[in-house]
Structure formats: C-alpha cells, structure tokens
Design a protein around this ligand. Structure first.
Ligand SMILES: Nc1ncnc2c1ncn2[C@@H]1O[C@H](COP(=O)(O)OP(=O)(O)O)[C@@H](O)[C@H]1O
Ligand SMILES: [Mg+2]
Length: 334
C-alpha cells in the first residue's frame, strides 16, 4: 500500500505526520478552503486533493491508498458512503454505521455490559436530571439539560415546528451524570493481538465549561451548550486505569460477537467519572477521535507498550507496516 487518504480536518495533522514518519505517503482531501492549512507546515509533506465527489476516492484507491475514517469522514462523507466506497478502509468498515445510529450504538454498549446512564423511553418517565439529544446532533448542538418533562415537551414542540424532528421517538432521553467527563482512547491491535491504552482527554465545551465563570445571577436563561472547542490532557488517577482497560476489553469482546471480526485499531469510550470513582459510559467512537490530538508530541501511555512516545496516527501507520511485512493486511484494512 502506498499511503493513507485523510479527510482535511479533525486529526489530519497527526495522521499525516504519523504515516509519513512510518514511510508511507499521505493524501489529504477536502474542500479547497480546508486544504490551505496543510500547506503552511513545512514538515507536512502531504499531497493535497480537492474533493468534489466520491470518484476521487476511487482514483486514490487505484493509486494504492486506503481511507482513514475520522469524525470528518463520518460527518461529511456519511457512514453509508464509507460502507459503499471501493477504497480499502483502515479498521472495521461497518462500525461507522453502528456509531452513527443510537439504537445500534446502545445495543453494542449493552452487549458489552457497560455501566451506562439510564435511558428514558418516554417523557412521562423522566424523574431526574436528563440530557435530551437530537438524532445526529454534531458536537452536542441543541441538547437540552433539564429535570422538567414540561420543558422537554415545549422543546419538542419547537423542534417539530422547525421541522428538525418528525417524531417524539427521534429524541434520546438519557440520565444526566454529574462528574468529570473523561474520554478514554484505545488501540486494538490484530497484529499484536492486544489492546493498548493510548490516552485520555477532556473535551472543553462551549458554553457549558464557561458557565462556571459566571455567578448564578449572571447566568440568567443561558442554556448549556456542548460544542467542542478544544481538548485537554488528563491523567486519570492510577487506580482508575485497570477499570478503564477492562471497559475497553469488554467493548472489544462485544464487537467480536456482534460485528465479527470486531473493532480494529483506535476507538474511544466517552465516560463520566462519578464521585465514587466509577466511569459511566455514554457513548463510543469506533475510530480515531480528535481528543488524541492532545498527544501531538506522542502519548506517554503508548510508550508503556513501545518504549517510546508516539501519536495514535503513528501507531496506526505502524500497524499497517507490520501487517504488510507479515502478509496480514486483510486483518487491518477492510
Ligand atoms: N449522560 C450524560 N451525562 C452527562 N453529560 C453528558 C451525557 N451525555 C452527553 N453529555 C455531555 O454532552 C456532550 C456531548 O454528548 P454526546 O452524546 O457525546 O454527543 P456528540 O458526541 O454528538 O457531541 C458530552 O461531551 C458531555 O459533556
Ligand atoms: Mg460524543
């Protein structure tokens, strides 16, 4: 294989550098206004391609490239396109669909027996603080946090009037867990046959993280917003690490049962750690997450397995390299 096709945005810098460092080529594709950034850094010797339609992916496939699924790919190319395109995909191609669909996502987390927030099937059941989510809401835009069924009903009415949803079933009501949101990053290696812990991040969200700077009287009717503006590094207490690793292992096992051969490469569990030190899992991503960018200089967790710090992007490239050397590419690309 010649190299990685990477969508412009999300974790493209980390991915391009990682694949270049491992001796591959990197092809960054996207709308022209997004490509500009990647010409600015001299060490980032990626080929840039304007993307107007999926035929570009076919020609990149013909040139020996494989596609890296990222948040940008899932959001802008859509999961159904990722499932259809001819270009080989790093990781388990069909997992993108599971991630994009709440009922599939919940099924997988339940199969893995993850500790999860309670889900409410109807508004009348709501008896505590809940977070109401829209389908496909990206970056938490438009979420509602409330304990009032009345408020949820009004919110729904507004959404219907704006044609943002058609049925009440389209929204997802979940218990709101108070604690520290910690995102745990993993790498499941088919070549090494092991799960590696690659790090953790905390998302900094607008405006929910800014609200604490205001006194209650200045907050007024400002609503919580969960739009990610950046990521912070976090080192969870050491006693939590074993628990995080076991949660990761349970997710790997569940994907093996439901979507054989199971998750390949990077994935993430989105958790809230409560004050009794229990991580509650509210979401997963079956691909590299942008939170891994906190280790642009290399993750000290990966150094525990490899003796040197490296990014998750580099770790992915290393997996492809090892797979090629051992004639096992089919276990890494699907
Ligand atoms: N059950 C929950 N309890 C507490 N906070 C939550 C819960 N679900 C989501 N959040 C908050 O909302 C943010 C976005 O939620 P998420 O469901 O991951 O949507 P998306 O990934 O589409 O932005 C999270 O980063 C977290 O801060
Ligand atoms: Mg999320």
């Amino acid at each position: 294989m010649r190299g990685a096709a990477i969508y412009a945005g999300h974790s493209a810098i980390q991915l391009s550098l990682g694949f270049l460092e491992e001796g591959f080529e990197a092809a960054i594709f996207g709308p022209p206004e997004r490509l500009k950034l990647y010409e600015r850094f001299p060490t980032l010797k990626a080929r840039l391609h304007q993307y107007s339609d999926p035929s570009l992916l076919d020609s990149l496939a013909d040139e020996g490239y494989f596609l890296i699924p990222t948040g940008g790919v899932v959001e802008y190319l859509t999961p159904s396109l990722v499932e259809r395109v001819r270009i080989p995909v790093f990781g388990l191609r069909h997992l993108v669909r599971w991630e994009a669909d709440w009922s599939l996502k919940t099924r997988l987390l339940e199969e893995a027996r993850m500790p999860m927030p309670r889900r409410f099937r109807s508004i009348s059941e709501v008896d505590r603080l809940v977070i109401a989510k829209l389908p496909g809401a990206k970056g938490g835009r438009g979420y509602l946090v409330t304990r009032s069924p009345e408020e949820i009903k009004n919110w729904l009415k507004n959404l219907r009037e704006q044609n943002l949803i058609t049925r009440e079933d389209d929204i997802f009501l979940q218990e709101y867990i108070v604690g520290t949101t910690i995102y745990a990053h993993y790498f499941q290696s088919p070549i090494m046959d092991r799960l590696e812990l690659t790090g953790f991040d905390i998302r900094y969200e607008s405006n929910v993280d800014g609200l604490r700077r205001l006194s209650p009287r200045n907050i007024g009717d400002l609503k919580e917003g969960f739009v990610v503006t950046g990521n912070l590094q976090v080192y969870p207490r050491e006693r939590l690490l074993e628990e995080f690793i076991e949660l990761g292992e349970k997710l790997v096992e569940a994907t093996r049962r439901l979507i054989p051969p199971g998750v390949i490469g990077p994935f993430c569990l989105e958790t809230v750690v409560t004050e009794d030190l229990k991580p509650i899992v509210f979401e997963f991503s079956g691909r590299i997450v942008a939170g891994t960018n906190v280790y642009l200089g290399g993750s000290p967790y990966l150094a525990l397995y490899w003796g040197r710090e490296m990014t998750v992007g580099r770790r992915m490239a290393l997996e492809v390299r090892m797979a090629m050397e051992q004639g096992r590419l089919g276990e890494v690309l699907t």
